[in-house]
Design a protein around this ligand. Structure first.
Ligand code: HEM
Length: 424
C-alpha cells in the first residue's frame, strides 16, 4: 500500500512539526496501521517511512546495507535534488560531513574527532562549562521574574559551550546563531534568510546554499589561522588533522566545522527549552526533580525523548533487503522517523506523558550504530550542569504566555518559551 496522501503530507510539513499534535497523530496512525510503508507526497520521489523503534534500530545497525551518502540524507523534493546535483557535479549533498559519508571514509573521518567527545576527555571541561552555566543563570535571575527561556538561556548556553570547544570567539556567536537558524529554519518565515518561507525550489536551495557559503567563508579564515598558529581547540584538530595520511579535503573540512557549529548547539538548545516548557506544564515533575536532584539524569533522557529535535534522517538501500516482512529494493530511500520511534507504544508506557522517572528510557533521539550522535556525551553533560545549577536556585516556574515551536521537518524545537519564575 501507499501511505494515504493526507498522512504523507503531514509528516513532511514543517508547520505540522510546529503544531506537534498533528505529527503525533499521523505517526500514531502509521505505527498502528502502516508501520513500514511507502509514501509519495506530490513532488517527492517514493520513500519508505520507518516508524517503529525496532525497525529504526534495525536499519541503523546495518550501515553497509543502508547507506547515508548515496542519496540526500534529508528529505528533498525531486526538483531540489536535481538542482543540488547540478550545482555539486552530480553529488546529492551540499556538504560532506560525517552524516553524508559511508565507510571507509566515515570511519576515518569520525576517528579524527571521536576522542575529543568521549566522557573522559570531556571531564576537564566540566568546571569551565559550570562557570558558563552559572553566568547564564545569574543573567536570568537579573531579569527579575520573567524571561523567554528559549531566547535568553537555552539558545545561548549550548552555543557558547560549543563555540569555545571549536575555538570561535564570543564576538562571532550571534553570527553563528543566526546562520544556524537560517539553515535549520529555512522553512520558517521568522527565521529563514529570505524573511519568508521560500516560494520556489530555486529560492529555497539558493538560500540554503548562501548560508553554507557564509559558513565556509568564515571557517576558511579560521583554518588558515589555525594552520599558522594551532591552539588547543577543535578548529586546530580539523585544520591540521590528517585522514589516511593526507590533510582533510576542503569540502570535508568545511563540512566538519559546519556540523559542529550547527548540530552542536541547536539540538541541545531545543531540548533544554522543551524541558523547561514541559516542567512548567507539569508541576508534579518539577517538584520531583526539585526535591530529588538525583532525578536530573532522568529529566535529561526524558526531555531528549520528549523533544526529539532531529526529526528524521534518510538512508538508501545498497541491495535488495527484507525489513519487518517488507521487500526493500536496492536504491530505495528510507525515512527514519525519530519522533515516531520515541512515541512507540511497544517500547514506552504511556508515551505521551512527560515522566522524569521513566526507566528504562531507550530513546532513539541520538540515532544508533555507526552514525550515533558524536556529541551525545557533551550534550548530556551540558544539560546536567545547567539543571544542577538551575534547580539549586529555581523555586517555581510557570508559563507566561503560549510557547511556540519552529516550523521545520528536519531539525527543530521551541523558538519561544515565555516563563514566570521565582529564584534565589
Ligand atoms: C549525529 C541528535 C547534540 C554532533 C546525530 C544524529 C542524531 C543526533 C539523531 C544522527 C545519528 C544517526 O544517524 O544515527 C542529537 C541530539 C542532540 C545532539 C538530540 C542534543 C540533545 C550534538 C552535539 C554535537 C553533535 C552537542 C557536537 C559536536 C553530531 C555529529 C553527528 C551527529 C558530528 C554526525 C555523526 C555521524 O554521522 O557519524 N546527532 N545531537 N550533536 N551529531 Fe548530534
Amino acid at each position: 500500500m501507499t501511505i494515504p496522501s493526507e498522512i504523507a503530507q503531514t509528516i513532511i510539513d514543517p508547520r505540522a512539526y510546529a503544531d506537534g499534535k498533528a505529527v503525533d497523530e499521523a505517526f500514531t496512525w502509521l505505527r498502528r496501521e502502516a508501520p513500514l510503508e511507502q509514501a509519495q507526497p506530490e513532488g517527492f520521489d517514493r520513500f519508505w517511512v520507518v516508524t517503529r523503534h525496532a525497525d529504526i534500530l534495525e536499519v541503523e545497525r546495518q550501515n553497509e546495507l543502508f547507506h547515508n551518502g548515496d542519496r540526500s540524507t534529508v528529505l528533498t523534493t525531486i526538483e531540489a535534488d536535481k538542482k543540488v546535483r547540478e550545482m555539486m557535479g552530480g553529488s546529492p549533498h551540499l556538504v560532506r560531513s560525517l552524516v553524508q559519508m559511508d565507510n571507509p571514509d566515515h570511519m576515518a573521518y569520525r576517528r579524527l574527532t571521536q576522542g575529543s567527545f568521549v566522557p573522559q576527555n570531556l571531564r576537564p571541561l566540566e568546571a569551565r562549562i559550570r562557570e558558563i552555566a552559572r553566568g547564564f543563570i545569574d543573567r536570568m535571575a537579573a531579569q527579575g521574574d520573567r524571561c523567554d527561556f528559549a531566547r535568553d538561556v537555552a539558545f545561548l548556553y549550548p552555543l557558547h559551550v560549543i563555540m569555545e570547544v571549536i575555538g570561535v570567539p564570543e564576538s562571532d556567536e550571534p553570527r553563528m546563531l543566526k546562520l544556524t537558524q537560517e539553515l535549520f529554519g529555512s522553512a520558517d518565515p521568522e527565521l529563514s534568510r529570505s524573511g519568508g518561507a521560500a516560494q520556489t525550489t530555486d529560492e529555497g536551495i539558493d538560500s540554503i546554499q548562501s548560508v553554507v557559503m557564509d559558513f565556509m567563508l568564515y571557517f576558511n579564515a579560521i583554518t588558515e589561522d589555525r594552520r599558522v598558529s594551532p591552539r588547543n581547540d577543535l578548529a586546530s584538530v580539523i585544520a591540521n588533522g590528517t585522514v589516511n595520511g593526507q590533510p582533510l579535503g576542503h569540502l570535508e573540512a568545511m563540512s566538519y566545522y559546519i556540523i559542529a557549529a550547527t548540530a552542536g548547539h541547536d539540538t541541545t538548545s531545543s531540548t533544554t527549552a522543551g524541558a523547561l516548557w514541559a516542567l512548567a506544564e507539569n508541576p508534579d515533575q518539577f517538584a520531583k526533580v526539585k526535591t530529588n536532584p538525583a532525578l536530573i539524569p532522568g529529566l535529561i533522557e526524558e526531555s531528549i525523548r520528549w523533544v526529539t529535535p532531529v526529526k528524521h534522517f534518510m538512508r538508501t538501500a545498497t541491495a535488495d533487503a527484507e525489513l519487518a516482512g517488507k521487500k526493500i529494493a536496492k536504491g530505495d530511500w528510507m525515512m527514519l522517523s525519530y519522533p515516531s520511534g520515541n512515541r512507540d507504544e511497544a517500547v514506552f508506557d504511556d508515551p505521551f506523558k512527560f515522566n522524569v522517572e521513566r526507566t528504562p528510557n531507550k530513546h532513539v533521539a541520538f540515532g544508533y550504530g555507526a552514525h550515533v550522535c558524536l556529541g551525545q556525551h557533551l550534550a548530556r553533560m551540558e544539560m546536567r550542569i545547567l539543571w544542577e545549577e538551575l534547580f539549586a536556585r529555581l523555586e517555581s516556574v510557570e508559563l507566561d504566555g503560549a510557547p511556540r515551536n519552529m516550523a521545520a521537518s528536519f531539525v527543530c524545537g521551541p523558538k519561544s518559551v515565555p516563563i514566570r519564575f521565582k529564584m534565589h
